[in-house]
Write a protein that binds this ligand. Structure first.
Ligand code: SAM
Length: 295
């Protein structure tokens, strides 16, 4: 079955025939250029051995391509008004399981178990941009469920994910994403590839699971609190930023001492610290906080 939906006239015809009105609030921008779903499938390196989890199939455009290349597709869509559309566009595709629900509220381990999926799945999605970061954090909360992720995101967000330390794009998102994966910007996508056209440019980013284990930071939750606090006021030195975050339980002296032990200038800002340095710093701060509280 050849995919046929990545086309402006066909998309309009289907939407009109079903009386479907696009909901901006759900981030509904449907692909209309076949080169993009083809590029996504290539970037994801799909084979018939793969099970794919697609978030937001919309009218089924990308889903048709995924179903051709992967062994199985589990597609989760929030907007139930798309039911008659998807019934038509995915009809006869036996390897697609459609599930209705909100990705932020689903019990994902249960969803996969109930659908007989064992082993990690590949996530491939043209994401709804209004919840890109929450979706990512939710997926990263279950590192054993997912292998690689191939995602369409707003260009600026993709650039922040892949940014190295030191630049203006480097922030809490870069550190979090790079903690779990190696992000690569695979494909630039102009607004004209979608209907309706978004105001922003997009990029397909591949997040392959890290080849090496993430740096040892003893306590992930504390590590992420340190990273968040360091970038909350990015113009501040890291000593000021961390000592003014009550949830970390550290003083100026503790942070200064930890930085000196790491051979770093106490006047340094968070944006200059690498992922490994954040891990080491959060480990030291956590120890000193624990020391202090046990005294
Ligand atoms: N995959 C289609 C394509 O590429 O043409 C549509 C992608 S569109 C950018 C995003 C899709 O995500 C929409 O269909 C929207 O209804 C759906 N969506 C929005 N919020 C969602 C949520 N919380 N959970 C699941 N799907 C959601």
């Amino acid at each position: 079955m050849k995919p046929y939906l990545a086309d402006a006239a066909k998309t309009k015809e289907i939407l009109e025939r079903h009386g479907f009105f696009v909901k901006k609030g759900y981030g509904q921008n449907f692909l209309i250029d076949p080169r993009i779903p083809e590029g996504i499938v290539r970037a994801a390196g799909l084979t018939k051995a793969d099970t794919v989890f697609e978030i937001g199939p919309g009218i089924g455009t990308l889903t048709q391509y995924l179903a051709e290349s992967a062994g199985r597709v589990i597609a989760l869509e929030l907007d139930r008004k798309l039911e008659p559309v998807l019934a038509e566009t995915l009809s006869g595709r036996d390897n697609v399981t459609l599930i209705w629900g909100d990705v932020m509220k689903q019990d994902l381990p249960r969803l996969f178990a109930e659908n007989g999926v064992d082993g990690p799945v590949k996530v491939v999605a043209n994401l709804p941009y209004y919840i890109t970061t929450p979706i990512l954090m939710r997926l990263f909360a279950f590192p054993d469920l997912f292998s690689d992720l191939t995602l369409m995101v707003q260009r600026e967000v993709g650039e922040r994910m892949a940014a190295p330390p030191g630049g203006k794009d480097y922030g809490a998102l870069s550190v979090s994403v790079q903690y779990f994966s190696d992000p690569v910007l695979a494909l630039s996508v102009p607004p004209s590839a979608f209907l309706p056209q978004p105001k922003v440019s997009s990029v397909v980013v591949t997040l392959s699971k890290r080849k090496e284990a993430p740096p040892d930071c003893a306590d992930e939750e504390y590590f992420f609190s340190v990273v968040k606090a360091a970038f909350l006021q990015r113009r501040k030195t890291i000593v000021n930023a961390l000592s003014s975050a009550p949830q970390l339980g550290v003083t100026r002296e503790t942070v200064t001492d930890a930085l000196q032990r790491m051979g770093l200038d106490p006047m340094i800002r968070g944006e200059r610290l690498s992922l490994d340095q954040f891990a080491a710093l959060s480990g030291l701060l956590r120890e000193q906080r624990a020391d202090a509280s046990s005294r």
